[in-house]
Design a protein around this ligand. Structure first.
Ligand code: COA
Length: 151
């Protein structure tokens, strides 16, 4: 059984690219390309994190820092067989700490209106829905815009 204390949250490194890309493929209908993932690593090395368990990458989170130091969670995903065990919470908690330490006062993200697991995760972390972005996704689905103050 997975013990959370055996899960290490660390910065993405280049050799993680295939594992992260596999998780992208199994998690999202329109996955990021390897090139885009590498771009985020190069631009935001401190806030592109992975969860490592027994030398395997089993999840990741990517956040960027935008104008006026506003954090933006771009992506978070956990390998299917490891979901609902607390890994997403570890990743999200650590990336929020890092954004806070970098001086961000606010963080936002978009989530599909149908994505119940993610919506529950964000609400659990104190994110608040600020509105709907119509047809945000390629298949025409709407997004909720969620925000959280970082204090
Ligand atoms: C969203 C995701 C990252 C959550 O990761 P996870 O490791 O399963 O999350 P955790 O185990 O830390 O769960 C934390 C909380 O999220 C909520 N949650 C997670 N999975 C849920 C589910 N299937 N149904 C309802 N709530 C869920 C719960 O509130 C949970 O807390 P609880 O277990 O105390 O009830 C994961 O489901 C995933 O990879 N989904 C596919 C990719 C994706 O949709 N990413 C979000 C894009 S916006």
């Amino acid at each position: 059984m997975l013990q959370l204390y055996n899960v290490k949250i660390r910065e993405f490194k280049k050799s993680d690219i295939n594992d992260v890309y596999q998780i992208e493929l199994e998690s999202f209908p329109n996955p990021y390309s390897k090139n885009l993932l590498m771009y985020y690593h190069e631009e935001f090395p401190d806030t592109f994190l992975v969860a490592e368990y027994l030398n395997r990458v089993i999840g990741f989170v990517i956040a960027t820092i935008e104008y006026e130091c506003i954090g933006h969670i771009l992506s978070i995903a956990v390998k299917k067989e490891f979901r609902r065990k607390g890994i997403g919470s570890l990743l999200l908690g650590e990336v929020l700490n890092r954004l806070r330490k970098k001086g961000c006062k606010k963080v936002y993200l978009e989530v599909r209106v149908s994505n119940i697991p993610a919506i529950f995760l964000y609400k659990k972390f104190g994110f608040v829905c600020k509105g709907i972005i119509r047809k945000y996704y390629l298949n025409g689905e709407d997004a909720y815009l969620f925000e959280k103050e970082l204090i």
